[in-house]
Design a protein around this ligand. Structure first.
Ligand SMILES: [Zn+2]
Ligand SMILES: [Zn+2]
Length: 417
């Protein structure tokens, strides 16, 4: 019997996991500079939370949720995204009682029952952040700037923000009516999904991936012409902030996000070098969601994106170094006695450096080869029999025999370079 990872899941092995650690580290550092603190929320929640929070008409809720009953018959769902959980936590812990804006970030796996295909997994990772408690357009601009800076930090320079408005409860009902009226004559030519979306929420038709449906929608009325004064003014202020902080952006009236909870600003950040699939993240404002999920009416704005997509974009762009980072030092033993004493030497050096060594009694030459294979920066050759240790930097051939007492100092000086 051989076991395999379940369909749609995979292992991230050390040959790649260092890239994930690197991306997460850049995310963490950038988010800290913008004041977003980490939240860790449960892997599963009550199904009702997602049905309500994400929206009954969305593909996620209709087709993609991992829902199961527990032993007491409660319906639970593996989290398909982060915002509903963050909002549930915000309400549950009454975070809104302070007058501050609550700024949270996450970087964790999500679960959707999708047909597995290249780059798409049923367990996939998302990074995201949410700012809850302010209607200020400065928050929208800040989250867009964060996303741009995060990608820049990873080496993707020259991104473009595309922004649109999703309207608000005072302007979307009239827009829905207008859309239905305009689309009704050609409704039969839309796909089955779109006809269902037409009834539930016609704006979701813009999410359809069917080319024919997109063509039919090409002359549909734009939401930008239907915005109320409040939404129009908010969008203008977001634009003014983006201009002031030099974030390149375009207004894209065709931009739609596949979730029902968005209001006012919605956006995506694109890296156009990637061609058709150039979106690296998306987000927007969700001023009604906290009330919808049982809290006090509280405005909020957020962003999220898939990590798999980001990592493959970084690979395509050559943004990673070529090989996994190796240990600082590889210890090579030239005799059995030296192999014994390397155990002590490794223990000592590991207080300050990353150290690898041989555990299999391999020959001297094999150990030297191994030091190169694991991409160590230095080798320390220990011949034993009272011979002094020899330190060598593999890439340059630089050598020294500093004597045991000075070993750490010499290595540290060389590393500072
Ligand atoms: Zn409005
Ligand atoms: Zn369609």
């Amino acid at each position: 019997m051989k076991y395999k990872a379940p369909r749609g899941t995979r292992d991230i092995l050390p040959a790649d996991s260092w890239k994930w650690e690197y991306v997460e580290e850049v995310f963490r550092e950038t988010a800290e500079r913008f004041g977003y603190k980490e939240i860790r929320f449960p892997v599963f929640e009550e199904t009702e939370l997602f049905a309500r929070g994400i929206g009954d008409a969305t593909d996620i809720v209709r087709k993609e949720m991992y829902t199961f009953s527990d032993r007491k018959g409660r319906s639970l769902t593996l989290r398909p995204e982060g915002t509903a959980s963050v909002v549930r936590s915000f309400v549950e812990h009454n975070m809104g009682r302070s007058a501050r804006v609550t700024k949270l970030r996450y970087f964790c796996p999500m679960f959707r029952y999708e047909r597995p295909q290249a780059g798409r997994y049923r367990q996939f990772w998302q990074w995201g952040m949410e700012a809850i408690g302010s209607l200020s357009p400065a928050i929208d601009a800040e989250i867009i700037l964060f996303s741009v800076r995060f990608f820049e930090g990873l080496g993707l320079k020259g991104t473009e923000a595309r922004i649109n408005s999703a309207g608000c409860p005072s302007c979307t009902p009239a827009y829905n009516d207008l859309l239905r009226k305009e689309l009704e004559p050609k409704l039969e030519r839309f796909c089955d999904d779109c006809r269902e979306r037409y009834a539930r929420n016609p704006r979701r038709m813009f999410d359809c991936k069917n080319d024919n449906c997109q063509t039919l929608l090409s002359d549909a009325p734009s939401i930008l012409d239907a915005l109320c004064d409040d939404c129009r003014d908010h969008l203008a202020k977001v634009e003014a902030h983006l201009a002031a902080i030099s974030v390149p952006y375009v207004i894209d009236s065709g931009l739609a996000r596949g979730l029902d909870y968005y209001t006012k600003t919605i956006f995506e950040i694109h890296y156009t070098k990637l061609g058709a699939q150039s979106a690296l993240c998306g987000g927007g404002r969700y001023d009604e969601l906290i009330k919808e999920l049982g809290g006090n009416s509280t405005p909020a704005c957020g962003v999220s994106a898939g990590v798999e997509r980001l990592i493959s974009a970084l690979e395509e762009e050559g943004a990673f170094r070529d090989t996994a980072p190796g240990p600082d030092i590889y210890l090579v033993a030239g005799s059995d006695e030296a192999a014994e004493s390397n155990v002590t030497l490794a223990a000592r050096l590991r207080e300050k450096f990353s150290v690898e060594m041989d555990y299999q009694g391999r020959s001297f030459n094999k150990q030297v080869q191994e030091a190169g294979r694991v991409n160590a920066r230095f080798v320390i050759v220990n011949k034993g029999e009272g011979e002094p240790l020899k330190l060598r930097e593999i890439s340059t051939g630089w050598e020294a025999s500093p004597g045991e007492g000075k070993l750490e100092d010499v290595i540290r000086d060389r590393m500072k370079g």
